[in-house]
Design a protein around this ligand. Structure first.
Ligand code: GDP
Ligand code: IMO
Ligand code: MG
Length: 429
């Protein structure tokens, strides 16, 4: 068997959580391969809404196993907060949750460092979620990090203290007043205590060598779906650097983040919104600063699932989408949130970028160029509310034309259309 992949093609928040949950009944295992609690994946069903940060989005189906892979970074405090919410809903997530021993730990001081480094950047702020993502991956690649498997070792506390001292030295150098900085509203020392309580609780979870577990499962004919976090335009190599996250969000990240060989990658499902959003700083060529942008934000409830920040909104960007499809080898597209534009008389689609009077023939090195302009094609809106369509053929003509135009331009079919946040508001071709 092969590993199918589901990932975001824009700047994150495309609706990955919803679609992974919809796909889960068809898979034996769901596995997160990168990122950490910077992610916020929303799942809605039966009038209930959940936001997951670390736990894979297949957790609501008890028959499916959920793996947090080696490429993910984990804050034990945040993980147990999530587990607590699921317990309150009557679930037992520890029964179908497995965690890689090789996944790295986010220490409380990684979060302080994240805040300290951001505070130093002034106008160049990344707009980090302040969950400690950058500093934790830095320590991973700098070979200083602590991994989940280390919590079972007798010298864990000593190694923790060493790394903490290193972080505090840096924080002092920056001149960041960490004692007056709270983490999720909690003073540092109290957070650190809760973090250690969570580490203690974590020992009772199923900590495994997930690369061996997953390859064995594939050999036995089990089906696996890899769940991406963030989006392609936030990828550390190919996103709008430096305004990116610190991991490879693209399909090749699955190989390193789960220990899967390239020939074992199967279908790659790419998710995109019928428009674009971005949260945090960085270039966004099709961003709208008018009432259309405001309508998208309000109509689409475009406020960060992790930080609550308002998301920046704009028209669909096809050059960026084509670039993302190329990088990921997407062979099936999933279009989300078309319902948010139900009342728009006209919809603009960015088909190309222009510098001066020159159309760009390939995706530029730098999106952040003052003279880079999107070229728009206006298309008629569908002006109808979307509900209870049995097939794509029954969709309003204008929406079908919008979809066909995208398919023709990017050369990949849109096989699923989402028209609301609930599981059931999903149409398959
Ligand atoms: P993720 O990070 O990719 O999982 O996406 P988020 O959960 O951060 O953001 C997507 C938001 O859109 C969530 O609030 C979802 O409940 C919501 N959503 C998902 N699909 C649709 C849809 O088709 N229409 C509408 N209106 N909302 C949707
Ligand atoms: P999901 O999985 C949207 C953005 C942050 C910031 C930049 C770097 O829900 O799609 P970081 O905390 O990683 O150092 O922040 O990346 N960002 C996201 N934006 N959705 C996400 O995840 C994001 N995770 C990080 O806003 O601009
Ligand atoms: Mg999100």
């Amino acid at each position: 068997m092969k590993v199918d992949v589901i990932l975001g093609l824009q700047w994150g928040d495309e609706g990955k959580g919803k679609i992974v949950d919809v796909f889960t009944p068809h898979y034996d295992i769901i596995a997160r391969f990168q990122g950490g609690p910077n992610a916020g994946h929303t799942i809605e069903f039966g009038g209930k809404k959940f936001v997951l940060h670390t736990i894979p989005s297949g957790i609501f189906h008890p028959a499916t196993l959920n793996v947090i892979g080696n490429g993910v970074i984990i804050d034990p405090y945040i993980l147990f907060k999530e587990i607590g919410v699921l317990h309150q809903a009557g679930m037992k997530p520890e029964e179908n949750l497995l965690i890689s021993r090789r996944a790295h730990l986010i220490l409380p001081t990684h979060r302080l460092l994240d805040a300290a480094l951001e505070s130093q950047k002034g106008d160049g702020k990344i707009g980090s979620t302040l969950k400690g993502i950058g500093p934790t991956y830095t320590d991973k690649y700098g070979r200083n990090g602590l991994r989940v498997g280390n919590i079972l070792e007798p010298n864990f506390q000593t190694n923790y203290s060493k790394l903490k001292s290193l972080h505090l030295e840096l924080i002092h150098q920056i001149g960041f007043d960490y004692l007056n900085h709270t983490l999720d509203g909690i003073p540092f020392e109290e957070y650190e205590k809760k973090w250690f309580d969570a580490v203690q609780q974590m020992k009772a979870l199923r900590l495994i060598d997930s690369e061996i577990f997953l390859n064995k499962a594939l050999d036995e004919g089990k089906s696996v779906l890899a769940e991406g976090a963030q989006g392609t335009m936030l990828d550390v190599d190919f996103g709008s650097y430096p305004f990116v996250t610190s991991s490879n969000t693209i399909s090749s990240g699955v190989c390193a983040g789960l220990g899967i060989a390239p020939q074992r990658i199967g279908q790659v499902f790419g998710i995109f919104k019928a428009y674009c959003t971005r949260v945090g700083s960085g270039p966004f060529p099709t961003e709208l600063h008018d009432e259309y942008g405001e309508n998208l934000r309000v109509g689409g409830n475009e406020f960060g699932s992790t930080t609550g920040r308002p998301r920046r909104c704009g028209w669909l960007d096809l050059p960026a989408l084509q670039y993302a499809i190329m990088l990921n080898g997407v062979n099936s597209l999933i279009m989300m949130k078309s319902d948010v534009m139900n009342t728009f008389p006209t919809i603009q689609v960015c088909t190309d970028y222009e510098i001066g009077n020159n159309r760009l023939t390939s995706f530029p090195f730098e999106l952040d160029q003052e003279n880079l302009k999107p070229v728009y094609l206006p298309m008629p809106g569908w002006n109808t509310s979307l509900s209870d369509y049995a097939s794509f053929e029954q969709l309003p003509k204008e929406l079908n034309e919008y979809i066909k135009f995208i398919e023709k331009k990017v050369g990949v079919p849109v096989d699923i259309l989402s028209y609301g946040p609930d599981r059931l508001q999903t149409l398959k071709k």
